[in-house]
Design a protein around this ligand. Sequence first.
Ligand SMILES: Cc1cc2nc3c(=O)[nH]c(=O)nc-3n(C[C@H](O)[C@H](O)[C@H](O)COP(=O)(O)OP(=O)(O)OC[C@H]3O[C@@H](n4cnc5c(N)ncnc54)[C@H](O)[C@@H]3O)c2cc1C
Length: 435
Amino acid sequence: MPRNHTTSYYAATARPYTPFDRLEGDIDTDVAVIGGGFTGLNTAIELAQRGMRVVLLEANRIGWGATGRNGGQITGSLSGDTAMSREFRRSLGTETEDYIWNLRWRGHRIIRERVARFGIACDLKHGHLQAAMGAKHEHSLRALADVAAERGMGDEIRYVDQVGVRDLVDIPLYTGGVLNMRNMHVHSLNLAIGEAQAAASLGVRLFEDSRVTRIDHGARPVLRTAQGRVTCDTVMLAGNAYHNLAEGRMRGALFPAALGIIATEPLPEDLARQINPKDLAIYDDRFVLDYHRLSADGRVIFGGGTNYSGRATRDIAAELRPALERTYPRLKGVGIDYQWSGQAGIIPNRIPHLGRVRPNVFFAEGYSGHGIATTHIVAGIMADAITGTMAEFDVFDAVRRVRLPAGKWVAHQALALGMWYYTLRERMDTGRSAR
Ligand SMILES: Cc1cc2nc3c(=O)[nH]c(=O)nc-3n(C[C@H](O)[C@H](O)[C@H](O)COP(=O)(O)OP(=O)(O)OC[C@H]3O[C@@H](n4cnc5c(N)ncnc54)[C@H](O)[C@@H]3O)c2cc1C
């Protein structure tokens, strides 16, 4: 049985669309993509634009995974950018910093163009605040704004001090921040549904309720679902934290972390305008951060904390309410209409994991909670690789990977311990309750 979208704000306000059929019978194609989240959808679009015949198989519904459940913040964070500087240098030498800087904005352009070209209604808006909670964050955020200015983006990205922040948002916790008008926010599930329809319009054959249960490898792999088979030249694995087909070098590289998120009741218009007058998406600068923004209908969508055990918390609203009320004191006692969680794919060094497990089986996964823009970037790199242009793929493929110990329980304990260490160190640095 396919599982319907989770009980999120996004699912409740999703654009109605005609469901895609379940795969029945045998079909033949150039590339078979497994997973209907941003990675799979956008790889399919990019491949179709390069003239390939593409089939996409989704076990549940389009955007059922992290893609349809996230915070909706489209930022220039590549998550593992510090590690990237070190690792990419071995392939790119002195071009590394330019490459990473340009890469971090590529996803914004792709999303804007896709939304415009296919007329996708998904509440896409510009404006983001990366907030400081103490001197250490202020220092690093000032440096970030300086780099943006040096690179000619000073008109879009600038540092604001504590007084400046209070003009932007009514959040006394914040002591400074970077205002970024290139970053955006979005109704993520509606973007995914629009991209699925865009893919279909380009000739991609999409199927929902079509879980791949087995791959028979060979010169022409055969993917099996309950009622059908796809024979193809190349497979693209895009199941991210929900995949069940890991093999070879994928094993032990990615760990699912459960992220909880809530949406309040719609706020009265004047209250929404008081707390966030510029309609910014916001996250703070901590290692395990809180992220929040207003929805199109005036709710606060608030996420934070991470459960590295991989298990979802039962009462997410109770867990997140203290952080919500600490951030927005005016929202004390506000009603919470939706609570849900999703699995993000965490990679220990936080560099997205791109590679192949066999010559004709590619994969891309592990965006460590910063995947909306990154999946759109990675999709182009994967489509290039599948069609024979390997340069960018090879840069990611050459990254040295840390593998956590075998066995899921041991691995989660190791990861949780590592994250606990970073969180504790941060609490000591900021002198605040960093949760
Ligand atoms: C709560 C939460 C908040 C987040 N907030 C943000 C944010 O604000 N900004 C940001 O940039 N990123 C955010 N992220 C991360 C971002 O959502 C993800 O990085 C991104 O959506 C990953 O997309 P994906 O396509 O790789 O994986 P997913 O969206 O998880 O899609 C994988 C799909 O593969 C399917 N699948 C798995 N196995 C099979 C199989 N065998 N056969 C067929 N289909 C299969 C699944 O059903 C699923 O639909 C957040 C993530 C979570 C969980």
